[in-house]
Design a protein around this ligand. Structure first.
Ligand SMILES: [Fe+2]
Ligand SMILES: [Fe+2]
Length: 380
């Protein structure tokens, strides 16, 4: 008996397997989008994209299974597309749920410190009961109802976590400064800033303790053992890029917000802490501006290019919000007028201050670059 080659009409189709592979290929893509969605205040766009990709993955997985069964009529196997398609569908569903859960518990809350990142991900210590980081005067909770006290405690604890993270963030900067041979005054300034962040942390814990009558402290941060220098590429360019966004823009903004909060705060202990933070955060921003100037003197071409790139990316920098997403429900239950009297401004005000600071940062960078260019011309 002669075997006949299958005609185009009877040949089993490989399309279901290809569709199933497409479904699986979307997993790493969606993971990348999820990574961009967390820790961003503009996460809405990323969230839509993340959900759209999960739906596409689910639909292609389903199409692969259906296509596999249809191709059986032509002698094809339904097993491979069914297995791969099911994996794609499960990946889409579980991935979406895990991603949404992760996004829900993250969210930038504002703070008065310099961000700490390990492998690109922002980090701060978790909390446990304890008082070894609680030091400073306590505010009076008189006249505050329970929800307002709880909200104020939560916000000051959040600030304490972020301030604490600033300490290793400055340690890392000091390390990098040594790597590029920075002068003693910049090195001392960086260490001083780290010490001030320790003081801010203790003061934030003390305010939280005053509002709630209980103390918290920090959990270990084993993630720091994974490294954290993340110093790939040109170190001068890296320091310039980070100085512009995390230092010049962010810490000047921190100082602006703290000063604005102090101006409305009627509780004397809290106001004194806000005033101190405002003053010292301004000094941290000044450190970054001074560092930027020194970096430009070392390698103008490389550093200027890095600064210009960082400047164009500043619009996408995640603005710290007045309340992180996980604290939003607590703050909604608090009395708005009392929150204001205790130095907590609404997020609209934070947004306005951020925009004003962006304009000022841009103008100051232009002045800095013009000054540097003029100096270079006169030297030539
Ligand atoms: Fe700072
Ligand atoms: Fe700070």
């Amino acid at each position: 008996m002669t075997m006949l080659a299958p005609t185009e009409a009877t040949k089993p189709s490989s399309t279901p397997v290809i569709v199933a592979l497409v479904s699986l290929a979307i997993i790493p893509l969606n993971f990348g989008v999820w990574f961009l969605a967390v820790d961003r205040t503009s996460e809405g766009i990323w969230l839509i994209l993340f959900t759209a990709l999960a739906l596409l993955q689910f639909a292609t997985g389903l199409a692969a299974i259906v296509g596999g069964f249809m191709s059986r009529k032509k002698g094809g196997s339904a097993l491979a597309p069914a297995l791969l398609g099911t994996m794609g569908m499960l990946g889409a569903g579980l991935g979406w749920l895990a991603g949404i859960a992760a996004i829900a518990v993250t969210g930038m809350g504002g703070a008065w410190g310099r961000p700490l990142r390990i492998r690109g991900k922002q980090l701060h210590p978790e909390l446990k009961e304890g008082s070894d980081w609680t030091e400073g005067a306590r505010p009076s909770p008189d006249g505050l109802d329970e929800p307002t006290r709880t909200a104020l405690e939560a916000l000051w604890l959040h600030d304490a976590q972020k301030e604490h993270a600033s300490v290793p963030a400055f340690a890392r900067i000091s390390w990098l400064l040594a790597a590029v041979g920075a002068p003693a005054d910049l090195m001392a300034w960086s260490h001083r800033a780290g010490i001030e962040e320790i003081e801010h942390t203790k003061l934030c814990f003390a305010l939280a303790a005053g509002y709630a009558g209980r103390s918290f402290t920090v959990e270990p941060m084993p993630e720091l053992l994974l490294g954290g220098l993340d110093a790939k590429g040109n170190a001068l360019a890296l320091l310039a890029t980070e100085s512009l966004s995390d230092g010049c823009q962010l810490e000047d903004f921190n100082a602006d917000v703290a000063a604005a909060c102090a101006a409305v705060c009627q509780e004397p202990v809290t106001r004194a802490v806000l005033e101190r933070i405002a003053k010292e955060e301004r000094s941290h921003a000044d450190f970054s501006w001074a560092l930027l100037e020194w970096l430009l003197e070392q390698d103008r071409e490389t550093v200027e290019r890095a600064v210009m790139t960082a400047l164009t990316e500043l619009d996408r920098y995640p603005r710290p919000t007045a309340v992180s997403r996980d604290k939003a429900a607590l703050v909604r239950r608090a009395a708005p007028r009392k929150m204001l009297e205790h130095g907590r401004l609404p997020d609209e005000r934070w947004a306005r201050i951020w925009d004003e600071r962006l304009v000022e940062t841009r103008a100051r960078v232009e002045r800095l670059l013009d000054r540097g260019a003029a100096r270079q011309r006169s030297a030539a």
